[in-house]
Design a binder for this molecule. Structure first.
Ligand code: PMV
Length: 349
């Protein structure tokens, strides 16, 4: 039957991994479990407009606008993603799509937009499925499907569909956990973590020399891979217990070791590569000194790039922000940082 044209709009946030996903196999499946905080401020707004196509084609018909401007690079990537979904969603061939997307954070700020972007689009697609077919039994099923589709777009994106904290990857000790999609662990979050701060320090905005995709691939020849995957699973387990009991010091120890381990894996790949910058180390040294001097539980983590995420509880926020302004901004490109918090998850607009 004829489909009435329509539009679906979602806002979805980015997330920061506490225990990192690094290494994959098969169809975008993780080599180890990972756990993240979902952020609040760093988000993507996506509008999916759809209408019937004159006749179903072989490929998906889509045009993508970034901040209102047609973007051929993103259009190609989105088309490839939607075509990858055809086995799950054959109806995508019968429609014509226009996707409008924009990020809350500045372009090319060196902040990955793939987690927020892919999850926003996946949420739009699952809402479309509901509109064309029938509603999901409950919100949990809806979100599991959105997480599954997000994963096929970008692994870490599957953790962004839940507020608070999420785990991706099968863990024997965690009921319902799966390699196919993430699950929420927000219910068991200790109070101190519910509104934890994450300030993002932009050390460099330049394009990184080795993409995440290539980085995951290089784990295949990494001599430490097996030990690493086992460590990450153990640490995800331990992190879940830390998140429940509110031990901010142990939280920080695992957090920083995860960041340094991720970059050590890059340095021990073949060929080796280095994504941190001299100013990344300048900031790390100052954070360590600050912690020794004040006893405040301020800890850092890194993604696959030079920028630092600074995590700390709300009780020390005023002091930490003063420290950032007075001692750390000097090492940041444009002398600015993005203040973020643990967030409530995506919302339909
Ligand atoms: O989702 P991808 O393929 O861009 O990989 C992201 C990997 C890290 O951000 C470095 C870690 C993580 O778990 O998010």
């Amino acid at each position: 039957s004829e489909i009435i044209p329509g539009a679906i709009r979602w806002r979805s946030p980015s997330n920061i991994a506490l225990v990192k996903y690094w290494g994959k196999h098969g169809n975008q499946l993780p080599q180890n479990a990972s756990v993240s905080f979902t952020l609040s401020g760093a988000a993507t707004d996506t509008t999916l407009r759809y209408k019937s196509r004159q006749e179903a084609g072989e490929s998906v018909e889509v045009a993508l606008l970034l901040d209102g401007t047609p973007n051929s690079g993103f259009t190609e990537r989105t088309k490839a993603f939607l075509e990858k979904l055809l086995p799950v969603y054959p109806f995508l061939k019968q429609l014509s799509f226009t996707i409008e997307t924009s990020n809350s954070f500045p372009h090319s700020a060196g902040i990955a937009s793939s987690a927020s972007g892919m999850s926003a689009l996946a949420l739009c697609l699952v809402s479309l499925e509901e509109e064309l077919f029938e509603p999901f039994a409950d919100r949990a099923e809806f979100l599991a499907k959105a997480s599954y589709l997000s994963r096929l777009g970008s692994g870490s994106a599957c953790r962004s569909v839940y507020g608070g904290a999420a785990v991706w990857g099968k863990l024997p000790g965690l009921d319902g956990s799966s390699d196919e999609y993430a699950v929420s662990v927000t219910e068991s979050l200790h109070e101190v973590f519910k509104n934890y701060h994450d300030d993002i320090l932009l050390i460099s905005k330049s394009e990184k020399s080795v993409s995440s995709r290539a980085g995951h691939g290089l784990m295949e020849g990494n001599p430490y891979a097996t030990a690493r995957y086992a460590q990450a699973n153990r640490r995800t387990d331990e992190m879940l217990s830390v998140l429940k009991h509110g031990n901010v010091e142990r939280f920080g120890e695992i957090l920083e070791s995860e960041a340094l381990t991720l970059h050590a894996l890059m340095m021990s790949s073949h060929p080796p590569y280095i994504l941190i910058r001299p100013n990344t180390l300048q900031v790390i040294e100052r954070i360590h000194r600050y912690r020794a001097d004040t006893g405040n539980p301020l800890y850092f983590t890194l993604d696959a790039g030079p920028n630092l995420h600074l995590l700390y509880p709300h009780a020390v926020a005023a002091e930490v922000k003063q420290f950032i302004r007075e001692e750390l901004l000097y090492f940041c490109e444009d002398k600015m940082y993005l203040a973020d918090r643990v967030g409530k998850g995506p919302e339909r607009l």
